[in-house]
Design a protein around this ligand. Sequence first.
Ligand code: C2E
Ligand code: CA
Ligand code: CA
Length: 660
Amino acid sequence: MFWHIDADFVALAIIFIVFTDIVINKAFSSPHWQDKIFAVVALSSFFLTLVDIISSAVMMMPNVNWWTYQLILTFYFITAPLSCIMWLIYTHSFSRPKPAKQELYLYFLMSLPYLVYTMAAITNPWSGFIFHLGPKLEYSRGNGYAWIIILYYFYMFFTTASVVRNRHTLGRAKTFLLLLFPLITAIAFYCQSYLFPGYLLICPSYACILLTSHLLLQNTRRKTDPLTGLPNRNALINELEERENSSRTLIMLSINDFSFVNERYGNVLGDNLLKEIAGELKAISLNNNVYRSSGDEFLLMFKDKSPKQAEDALEALKKRFENHWSISGAKLTLVLSIGVVSLPLPQDSRIDPLSALELAVREGKQKNSTSVTYYDSALSGKYNRQRQVLAAVREGLAEKRFKTYFQPIYNVDTKRFERAEALCRLCDPKLSWISPEEFIPIAEESEYVNEITYIVLEDSCRMARELHDQGAETVIHVNLSAENFLQADFKEKVLAILGKYKVPPSLITLEITEHLLLLRDKSAETVLRELAEKGVTFAIDDYGTGYSNLTYLANIPAAIVKLDKSILKISKDGGNFVLSLMEMMNKIKKTVIAEGVETEAQAELAKMAGCGHIQGYYYAIPMEESEFENFAVNHCLDIWCENINQWEQKENIAESISDK
Ligand code: C2E
Ligand code: CA
Ligand code: CA
C-alpha cells in the first residue's frame, strides 16, 4: 500500500520546533508538574511521528527483511496510543497542579489497558493478534486490531470527561482549547480510517494541537500567575527588558509576614486573600499593569514617568491597607513595605530596576508599620557602600585581613578578668576600618559569615589554649550568627576546632542573640543542645532588644545572659528596672553579664543590682591579640585600669592580683 507521508514530515518539523523551545525553557526541570508532562507529550508525539514516517517508508521499499518490518510496525503500534495517555494526564494537570499519591495510582490504573495492549503488541510477531505480515510482507489487520481503536476512544473519552467535569475551574478558553485534542484527533482518525485511506493524518493532527497548546496554554502560563491570573515575574522581566529606556514608575508592594496568614488560616484562605488583593490592586491601578512578582509581592507599573497617577495609586493603596481584610470571619490588618522606582535609572547606577525595587522594599521592612521607600540617591549610595563592604569582606578573607580582638570581662566577686569576648576587626586598604556592626550583617547575607566565625573561633581557641598553658585560664566568648546554624556540619566543625587546640569546651562560650532564638528553628536548637552536652556554654547576647519570653529563656541551654548596653543606659528610675530584671534572672538561675558599661555610675548600678560580671570600656576596651595576652597573663594594671578613676578601686584590684 502507498502511504502519503508528506504531511508527517511537516508534523515532525513542527513538533521538533516546539520540543526545542520546551527544552530551551528547561521544562523538564520546571517545578511545575504540568510543564514536565507537556514536555513528555511533545517527546512522545515526536517519536510517534518519526516511527510513523519510518514504518510507512519501509513499507514502500522493496526487499525489506521480514523481521525488520515486523519490529518497526510493532514499535509503531506500541507508541501510537501513548500520546493519548499523556494528553489525558496533561489535561488533568490543569485542575490538579500537583498529583497526590492516590492520583498517581489512578494514572497507573488508567494505563493498565494500554499495558495489556502493549503485551499483545510485543507478542504480535508470533500471535498475529493486532496485525499479520505474510511471507511476502503482505499486511493485514488481525482480530485484535479493534483494540487500538478502543484504546484511542477510551482515552479520548476520559480526556473529554476530565475537561467537561472541570470546566468551571478551567474557564471557557482553556476548556475549549483542551477539548480540541479529542475532537481533532477523532476527526483525523475517522478520515484516515474511512475517508482518505493512505493519507497519514493522526500525527499532523497531534502537531497542530501541540503547537496550539504550546502557544496558547503553555506560553501564556509561563507568563501568568496561575493563582491570581496576573502576569508574573517572567512577564515583568520581559516587559522591562523590552522597554529598557522608556519612562515609567514602578511600585512594588510586599506584605509583611504573610506567612503568618498561611500558618494561621491555612493556604486555601491565604490564597483567597491574595486573589482578593490582586483584584483590588487592579482597580487601584486604573488599567495600568499589575504583576505578581512573587508569593506576597505585587508590582504596579505606570507607563508614564509623570508621578501624578502613581502618587494617586500610592495614596489609594495606603488607604486600602489601613482598613482591615476579612478572612474566615476574622478582621486582619496587613502591613505593607512599598518600594518606588522611577525609570530609567540614572546612567551611572549599577543596579537593575527589580533589584532597586527589592532594595527599597527591604529597607522598608525594617519598620513595623506600612512604609513607602523611594529608590533615590541616598539608597543608591547605601547600596554602593554595601557592595564595597562586601568586596572588602571577600578580599579580607582571601588576604587574611581579619583580626580578632579581645575585650576582657570583669568578675565582680573575684575582681578578676576571667572571661573575654572575641570581636572581629577588618581594616581594608581602601575603606580603612570597617565596624563589625556594618560588615557582619552584610557578610550574613552572603554566607561569608561562616568563614568569619571559624576564623574568630580558631583565634579564640588558640588564645584560650595559650592562656591555659600559662596558668591564666580565661573563658573566651565567640559571637555566632543565625546563618552558622544553617550549615549541616557546623557542630562537627566547632568540635574539630576545639579538638585541634585541645581546648576544654568549658573554656569557650558561644554567644547567640535573642533574635536567633526567636527563629524557633528546631534544627538550631538541636545543634545548641548537642554542643551544650559536649560542655560548651552558651550566652544570650543583647538581652532586652528582642522579645523572647522568660519561659523560653529558662528552657534554653544557655547559662549566661548578657544584658544589652541600652538597659543600663535607660535606667533612670534609680535602677528599679534592672533590679527586677536581675530578680527574674536569679529565679531562672542565669549568670548575668552587664554589657557596655562606660561610666562609674553604670558600674555601680550593675553591681548594686547583682550583675556578677561586667563588660565595658569602663573596665577594658577590646585589645589586639598580643596586648590582650599580655593583659591576661600579667594582669597589667596600666592597661586595664586606664578607665578606672578611683584609687580605691585600683587598690582593690591590685590586692586581688597579689592574692593570686
Ligand atoms: P556585641 O556582640 O554586642 O559586642 C559588643 C560590642 O560592644 C562590641 O562592638 C564592643 O566593642 C562594644 N562595646 C564594648 N564595651 C562597650 C562600651 O562600654 N560602650 C559601647 N558603646 N560599646 C562597647 P564591636 O566590636 O564594634 O562589635 C559590634 C557587633 O558586631 C557585636 O556586638 C556583634 O554583634 C558583632 N560582631 C563582632 N564580632 C563578631 C563576630 O566575630 N561574629 C559575629 N557573628 N558578630 C560579631
Ligand atoms: Ca556579643
Ligand atoms: Ca552584645
